[in-house]
Design a protein around this ligand. Structure first.
Ligand code: MG
Length: 127
C-alpha cells in the first residue's frame, strides 16, 4: 500500500503466545512497528515507556484481565485508542468495554482483514 506508516507503535497484549504471534505477524507485514505484552501489568509498563498509538487488548488474562487493564490504561491516558480482542462474543461485556472507552470489540478467531482495517482507520484518523 502506498502510504506513510505512522511512527507510533501498536501494542499487542495477549497471554497466549500463539494469539500474540498472529497479531504481531499480521501487523508487521502491514508495516507497523509492533510491541507486545503478555499481561495487563506488562501492558501498562509498555504504555508508559513506549506511548503506543494503539492497543490491541485481550480480555481473558490471568490476574489483571483486559477489562481492568482497559480502565487503568484510560486512567493513565484517555486518548490512547484501545481495541478489545476476545474469544467469546458477549454483548454485555462489549457494552461495558465501550463504556470504559474501548473503540472496538473484536472476536477470535480474528478476521485478518477486519483487524487490519480496525487498526488502519484508527491510527490514520489520529492527528
Ligand atoms: Mg487470553
Amino acid at each position: 500500500m502506498n502510504r506513510e506508516q505512522p511512527k507510533k507503535a501498536v501494542l499487542a497484549v495477549d497471554d497466549d503466545p500463539k494469539s500474540l504471534k498472529l497479531l504481531v505477524d499480521v501487523l508487521t507485514l502491514e508495516g507497523y512497528r509492533v510491541i507486545t505484552a503478555q499481561s495487563g501489568k506488562d501492558a501498562l509498563e509498555q504504555i508508559e515507556l513506549e506511548k503506543p498509538g494503539l492497543v490491541l487488548l485481550d480480555i481473558m488474562m490471568p490476574e489483571m484481565d483486559g477489562m481492568e487493564t482497559l480502565k487503568r490504561i484510560k486512567a493513565f491516558d484517555q486518548d490512547i485508542p484501545v481495541a478489545m480482542v476476545t474469544a467469546v462474543w458477549d454483548e454485555d461485556e462489549a457494552k461495558r468495554a465501550f463504556e470504559a472507552g474501548a473503540y472496538e470489540y473484536i472476536t477470535k478467531p480474528v478476521d485478518i482483514e477486519y483487524l487490519k482495517l480496525a487498526v488502519l482507520v484508527k491510527l490514520f484518523s489520529e492527528k
